[in-house]
Unconditional design. Structure first.
Lengths: 350, 149
């Protein structure tokens, strides 16, 4: 072989090699973000633990946020509301006064949206509305279908997950607190796969930045995105492969109830949304992942709701072997309730 | 003249053996900790989606080339193959450093101690040596046959 043809071959080889790697890079990136084959991406130092505050008890839950403050409800002191600034420096506690007290209170929950507070219990049902300046609330709704979750879409409109009295199935709907006869139901938003009760279980969110209602299914790899009028926009997929609910149910005839006959396969345990992102705590390890990370952390997958892509994943490590119980995201911070603590993590966007 | 040929032969053989040694070392360190290697590839911003088969393909290719480099008959073709492979490894590092969303942690074995930039230079040295060996290989063989004739 002549030296010139060798040089040509070498140059050709250089191009070929470079092009092959470039092609691998582009197609791999496309697959990861848009057609993910259950390969998680864990970029380092994207979500960094910042500080924490000790709450003394582990009975708190996230009630909402307003104006640089996070609000926590407490299931053992249902009308107590704890206000903490977003840097976790100052903490204040208030007690909500209800104007009507002759209702069967069992486990009222609180939501905060802007300068309003909502106290509700879907199994009675009732909804109180008040404001955060004097923490006094009055009864707005005390009739209608039972519901199991509530999130404020805006100050007057609430999205709820109703329980259909005919068959017990879950239906998303909305309530207007000024005109409680103005009730909307979206019977096709949640898709039944087995019984319409257990299989449609999930977490309801109202995203106030992009004005969407999001419902993340608990037992399958899907989430529903709808507009504030509860019109379906699309059904997104989480990166795992559980498209069919894997639960087995058994009927207990003597009590006329249904229950799980074996532990269900939970896919999406909890979730949160802020801006154009959806944050999902998944319970399923993906391909090529180390066992260590699953033993020591809860994994959160991030999805972009506007371009419908998977972005990345990050771990929230257990604290003294206690798992994250709940979390929420507020612009550049993630807040997690772990054991008796509220922990803040900074999210670095690119 | 004879001395020159000998020197060329020594260089070509030297490059072949160094390359073969590198491949054998790299392949064994990957295969010994295969699961970890797959995890690392899954975290690589370039090939994460293909981590499954690349994890097998890369060490397999390295072993095949390493053997071919030591057999005189297949030496030249193996030199071309190794050259392209080293170009790919270099391009891989270059893209990671310049275009990827994030920079993952480094490779296994002794190479782990190197930074990405050192690794790139290390690879480019092999690319360069490989090209030289390809160019010298022809001459060595041709003069050999001439010599016999």
């Amino acid at each position: 072989m002549k030296t010139t043809s060798k040089i040509i071959l070498i140059i050709l080889g250089t191009f070929l090699g470079t092009l092959l790697v470039l092609w691998l890079f582009h197609s791999s990136e496309y697959i990861i973000h848009y057609k993910n084959n259950f390969v998680r991406r864990f970029p380092q130092h994207r979500v960094v633990q910042a500080n924490e505050i000790d709450l003394t008890f582990n009975s708190y839950y996230f009630a909402g946020e307003n104006n640089g403050k996070i609000y926590l409800g407490n299931i053992t002191a249902p009308l107590q509301i704890t206000e903490i600034d977003t840097t976790l420096k100052a903490k204040k506690t208030y007690r909500i006064q209800l104007k009507q007290t002759n209702l069967p209170f069992h486990a009222p929950q609180i939501r905060i949206y802007q300068n309003h507070c909502y106290i509700f219990e879907g199994t009675v049902p009732y909804i109180f509305m008040g404001n955060t300046s004097n923490w006094t609330a009055s009864l707005k709704l005390h009739s209608g279908w039972y519901f199991s979750q509530l999130e404020p879409i805006d100050t007057l409109n609430m999205v709820v997950r109703y329980i259909n009295p005919k068959n017990g199935q879950s239906i998303l709907g909305s309530i207007n607190l000024k005109d409680t006869t103005n009730i909307q139901r979206a019977p096709t938003l949640l898709q039944k796969q087995i019984d319409g009760i257990f299989d449609t279980d999930g977490t309801l969110h109202a995203n106030h930045q992009i004005n969407k209602v999001i419902y993340v299914y608990r037992y399958r790899n899907q989430f529903v995105v709808a507009n504030n009028k509860l019109q379906k926009e699309y059904v997104g997929n989480t990166i795992d492969t559980v498209s069919k609910v894997q639960i087995a149910l058994a009927k207990v005839k003597s009590h006329n109830l249904k229950t799980f006959s074996k532990p269900p396969l939970i896919v999406n345990k909890m979730s949160a949304t802020h801006g154009k992102y959806l944050y999902v705590n998944s319970t399923l390890p993906g391909q090529y992942e180390s066992d260590a990370i699953w033993k020591n952390a809860s994994i959160i997958d991030v999805y972009n709701l506007t371009n419908k892509s998977y972005v990345y994943s990050f771990p929230i490590y257990h604290i003294q072997n206690k798992k994250m119980r709940s979390f929420t995201v507020l612009s550049h911070n993630l807040y997690a309730l772990i054991d008796n603590k509220l922990v803040r993590y900074q999210i670095k966007f690119q | 003249m004879n001395r020159k040929i000998k020197l060329k032969k020594v260089i070509v053989t030297g490059v072949c053996y160094a390359q073969a040694l590198l491949f054998i070392y790299a392949a064994t360190s990957k295969l010994l900790d295969f699961e970890n290697f797959q995890i690392q590839l899954g975290q690589s911003p370039l090939v994460s989606a293909y981590a499954g088969w690349i994890a097998i393909l890369v060490p397999a290719t390295e072993i095949v080339f390493a053997i071919a480099l030591t057999i005189p008959k297949t030496q030249l073709i193996a030199l071309y193959g190794s050259y392209v492979l080293m170009v790919m490894f270099s391009a891989y590092i270059y893209i990671i450093l310049n275009y990827s969303e994030f920079i993952p942690c480094s490779c296994g074995g002794v190479l782990e101690k190197m930074t990405w930039n050192q690794h790139l230079i290390f690879n480019l040295l092999f690319v360069f040596a490989g090209a030289i060996a390809i160019l010298l290989h022809y001459n060595a063989k041709a003069t050999e046959t001439n010599h016999i004739l």
